[in-house]
Structures are given as C-alpha cells and as structure tokens.
Design a protein around this ligand. Structure first.
Ligand code: CO
Length: 134
C-alpha cells in the first residue's frame, strides 16, 4: 500500500550550509529554502534521480526539530516520507493496524502544498514516518 519514497528528512542547524555541501560535493540540484511555520521548520529540498533529501532546521521556539537537535547536536536522519494516493484512507488503515498518528490525527498541508501526516516512531522501528498524498 505504500508508494514511492518521497524523501528522507535530515535535521540540521543550517539548511543552506547543508545544501551547499551536497551542491559542491555531489553536484546536486538544490532548491531554495521554504519556511513552514505550521510545522516549525525551514525546509530545503535536494532533488536526486529517485527521491529527494529534505533538510530541515528549526523555526520558532516550539519547533520539534529543535528538540531533535538538542538530542542530536550534529543533526541526523529525522524522518522518512512515503507517498500514498489517498491520505485519509491510508491513515484509517494505519490506525486499524494499530499505528499511532501524531498530533490531532488530521493531515496538514506540508512544504510544497501536499497533505501530510506523521506516524509514531515507536510503531515503526524507531523511525518517524511521514505519509504524503501524491
Ligand atoms: Co518531510
């Protein structure tokens, strides 16, 4: 039922600095940073042939990424994002299978305009999962 790996999210202190490393070391195609206050992040996507890397840095005091960086001062892999065709059907199916949806359980408009929600890392081998409707 899962679709493609849409992106891997990596938490960093400075998305521009992180992207510049990918640009110079790998010749990667780097987008401009986008502020997403609803998620408490600044996000910057790097496009790869088969997926994307989403660098995220904290935006605001209550950013969940700030807490992640407090535990992981050098940054690190923060989440994996999988595509689904119908996010409500996918969410209800995950809940029926015993997974926990973070927040109020309703999809939010993510960076780039697609609906997304997050699943509890303790239900997925310790990895935070983002589900995106594509
Ligand atoms: Co993401």
């Amino acid at each position: 039922m899962l679709g493609r790996l849409n992106h891997v999210g990596i938490a960093v202190r400075d998305v521009k600095a992180a992207a510049e490393i990918y640009r110079t070391a790998f010749g990667a195609e780097v987008c401009e940073p986008v502020e997403a206050p609803q998620h408490g992040v600044v996000a910057l996507f790097v496009t790869l042939p088969n997926t994307k890397i989403e660098f995220i840095q904290p935006l605001g005091e209550a950013s969940p990424v700030a807490k992640f960086l407090a535990r992981n001062p050098d940054g690190g892999i923060h989440h994996l994002c999988y595509e689904v065709p119908d996010i409500i059907a996918a969410r209800d199916d995950f809940i029926a299978r015993g997974a926990r949806v973070l927040g109020d359980g309703e999809p939010k408009v993510g960076v780039g305009g697609a609906l997304a929600l997050f699943l509890h890392p303790k239900d997925f081998s310790g990895a935070l999962i983002e589900i995106k409707q594509v």
